[in-house]
Design a protein around this ligand. Sequence first.
Ligand code: FCB
Length: 477
Amino acid sequence: MRRRHVLTLAAVGAVAAGCRPDDPPPRAESGPAASPAPTLGPGGLAFPQGFAWGASTSAYQVEGAAAEDGRGPSVWDTFSHQAGRTRGGDTGDVAADHYHRVYEDLDLMKDLGLRSYRFSISWSRVLPDGRGALNAKGLDFYHRLVDGLLARGITPVATLFHWDTPQALQDKGGWEQRDCAQWFADYAQQMFYSLGDKVATWLTLNEPKTVVLLGYTTGVHAPGKRDRRAADVAGHHLLLGHGLAVRAFRGTNRKGRIGAALNLSPVYPADNSAAAARQAKIVDGEENRRWLDPVLLGRYPEDWLAAQPAGAPVRAAIRDGDAALIGERSDLLGVQYYNPIHVTAQGGRVVKHPTTQASWLEVYPDGLYDILTRVKRDYGDIPLTVTENGMPTTNDVQDDDRIAFLRDHLAAAHRAIGAGVRLEGFHVWSLLDNFEWAEGYSQRWGLIRVDPQTRDRRRKASAEWYRGVIARNGVQP
Ligand code: FCB
């Protein structure tokens, strides 16, 4: 099954914040980051001042400490512990042990020179049953993390849902239940009140499309369902949760910005035939417009709606007023870009470019340019940030292939900025090697190596390279 992605970004000035008593002072900078600003050589691609150079992670993929300090289980705990669900039976029980190594990781981020760090909040760590009273110890972890970021001058970008639905809510029907949208918005509101004086950039959902495709259609992700009809209903409720969370954010009067993080793929006809163009439009509806239109225009695409079979439960799930609610004004859009899609006249897909260890990841940097400029053309001038882009490699610390990949994608992003796209930042997936869902620890996506046994950290060549990019505020092609 191929996977695809979108992203968003937000550059918000870091808020000066005091360290909590248990936050060790940031280490003195060392190495190239501390020396006078290096400059770009001839042909270098300079990025706008204040560009939010960042990296991304998500809670279940890095935190570990799965049963500590009162955290409740999520669907991913349940799923990864079922036989045959993940490669080698890997789980996120320990993951990158980020929960315990948070200060070490903060120092690594500072050392890279990151301006922005996108992480996700584990819903069941702060609300073990998904609803009700906050778990103070769980919430405290995010205070430590956010305070540590701010003390190091790094802007926190918090994602509220990166696939880890609390198991207690799954037991009540999860996203197939309309109520789940409200449960999500209630949790989001608790986070706005708890962390909103320090976090100014919020992302509601990470890649609802992937949840629909892999979690509910093919079942290779949690919660492991294989039911297309249920999948579409869950997809609508996810979007409704987004809209309700945006509305809740406005209601808190917190300063800051909020939006979704969507994985987008440019869709191209595989040949010049009219049939391929027709099929590509259908696929584009599923892949892109079905998510972008409700979030940014407040309506589902007509052709997508018309294609839903009579009697499909999603038709009943979409009630009057829902689409407008989903379209509550977003302040930004996170774009996650990994791969293009080429559609044949028969509606099949073909791969036209090299792939990576992740077979779905067809490498086509121009696709990033195409999707960014397309969002501007079709949806207006909403600020964009790339919330994810990156690749896995079997090379260990000498990951030159990752450097080439990132360089080429940054060059495409630079061209998009030149074409007038309001791209405010770029977050590499991922800061750390981590638990790559069904692939377990077999795919390593990090700028920083995490030893599979000891969890010791070591900067890869790509981390050193990225540090230079950030220091120069640009890329040397
Ligand atoms: C994205 C996910 C992220 C990671 C990367 C490789 O779809 O959002 O968690 O798995 O792919």
